[in-house]
Design a protein around this ligand. Structure first.
Ligand SMILES: [Fe+2]
Length: 471
């Protein structure tokens, strides 16, 4: 029998939940490293004997790697949500029958009833607001969980009355203020993006401001600097008709790429909420930002750019099953320098290799920085780890055949001066061993310090955060 390939292992449902399992460690994890890497992603893909069609549609499963004293303890737990219960009964959720009608009819209906209930399958990201640990997705239903046991606490509800119909699962913590910045989209006669900031102590949400959405665009993430938030509205548009039956047909079916449009950069003042500039540049698509900051009156914004939105289709199981991620187009690290006064934009490429799932250590977010870490994507039969030196436009990479690295998280060594002093934690699927391993790298050199194999292969996840023990 041949070894299962990356597709079979990386998108295979997990049945078993493991609690606080001590993992064998090969190599040495630095003893200063203490905290929890908590990640989110799909864990199960079949409901009632039918398989989901897209990576994004698997049932949410949290995974935790608790690191202390050179040891790692692993826990995985499905979120106990309405979607989970429905799946246990063999039912899909979020389906909502809707016939064709006029825009006016639909908007009247929307105003009268609100949008149909969206899914609570929060499988994309995690965040901490005050004492609340929350699993996030793009439907505005986030789920609170216990960070020790990963048990589900119930739906996380804001105390304000801000209405969003879709929301970004990515939120950005400003290390200067501790505030978390995020945004959501409200459909209406005029669609609007609402930007907000979450107080680090009270977990209360404050509206920064609202700007008009054109399209509206599908915006997955944003850039945050000291004074600005930048939303990148690409030509990937949300078909409002489809979005009104959210999650029934899945995310894919509600998106349309409009080649005739450019990409609009909406620069919003964090203090006043006003739209400072909205220059339009040549079309491109992006999911993820790397980092952003201000320099000489300009906004410097780094992100992973795709030539178009074909990446979205490349993540369906139909395409992935052919050769895992090999057919997916490559994202590139591009820098945009935006002069808000002149509404001028200069775009430059900072690294030529393919990459995705970029991260920087929390302390450099919103600030000038030099190093980004990401999944390296441009070889067949593996996904590597890359560290990009953005100033010098050079990179260091780590690869191993048959090993598929997920999103890396860099953790700086407390008290160290150098930006890249510390470690990188990244889970990876080892296809030969048929299991997932937690990899620990030296963040300066990308030399592998330790690997800790899990008792099983976990489906490819999306995003996570490292929560230090002393924070
Ligand atoms: Fe994402």
């Amino acid at each position: 029998m041949s070894t299962p390939n990356a597709y079979e292992l990386g998108f295979r449902s997990v049945e078993r939940e493991v609690t606080d399992r001590r993992l064998p460690v090969e190599g040495t994890i630095p003893d200063w490293l203490s905290g929890r890497l908590i990640r989110n992603g799909p864990g199960r893909f079949e409901v009632g004997g039918e398989r989901a069609t897209h990576w994004f549609d698997g049932l949410a499963m949290l995974r935790k790697y608790a690191v202390d004293d050179g040891e790692v303890h692993y826990t995985n737990r499905f979120l106990r949500t309405e979607a989970y219960d429905a799946a246990a009964r063999g039912e899909r959720t979020g389906e909502f029958a809707s016939g064709p009608g006029s825009v006016r009819q639909t908007l009247r209906w929307l105003r009268a009833l609100g949008p149909p209930a969206s899914t609570d399958n929060a499988n994309v990201h995690v965040a901490r607001f005050g004492d609340h640990y929350v699993a996030q997705t793009e439907a505005p239903r986030w789920i609170a969980f216990d960070p020790d046991t990963l048990t589900t606490r119930g739906e996380f509800r804001w105390t304000d009355d801000l209405t969003v119909h879709l929301t970004a699962a990515h939120t950005t913590v400003d290390p200067r203020t501790g505030e978390t910045v995020g945004f959501g989209l409200q459909f209406g006669r005029r669609h609007r993006y609402h930007l907000y900031a979450v107080d680090p102590e009270t977990a209360a949400r404050r509206r920064i401001g609202s700007v008009r959405a054109e399209g509206p665009g599908y915006v997955h993430d944003c850039a945050v600097t000291r004074d600005y938030v930048v939303l990148v509205e690409t030509p990937l548009r949300i078909d409002v008709w489809r979005a009104l039956v959210p999650w029934g047909d899945g995310l894919l079916d509600m998106l349309r790429y409009d080649d005739d449009r450019g990409t609009r950069l909406l620069v919003v003042d964090r203090e006043t909420g006003g739209l400072v500039a909205d220059p339009t540049v040549d079309p491109f698509f992006t999911f993820h930002h790397v980092n952003a900051y201000q320099s000489d009156g300009e906004v410097v914004m780094d992100l992973v750019a795709f030539a178009d939105a074909s990446i979205v289709d490349a993540l369906t199981f139909e395409t992935l099953s052919r050769d895992a991620f090999a057919a997916a187009p490559e994202g590139r690290l591009d820098r945009f320098r935006i002069d808000p006064d002149a509404a001028e934009v200069i775009r430059t490429r900072r690294y030529d290799g393919g990459l995705e799932l970029p991260t920087v250590p929390p302390a450099v977010r919103t600030r000038p920085y030099r190093y980004a870490y990401a999944q390296a994507t441009d070889r067949r039969g593996a996904n590597g780890l890359v560290k990009v030196d953005i100033d010098r436009e050079t990179a260091t990479e780590w690869w191993a055949r048959g090993v598929y690295v997920e999103e890396p998280r860099m953790i700086q060594r407390p008290g160290a001066d150098a930006e890249d002093a510390g470690v990188v934690l990244a889970p990876a699927l080892d296809t030969d061993a048929e299991r997932t391993v937690l990899l620990v790298f030296d963040a300066e050199t990308l030399s592998l310090l330790a690997r800790a194999p899990l008792p099983h292969a976990v489906p490819f996840g999306f995003h996570g955060r490292f929560f230090p023990a002393d924070a």
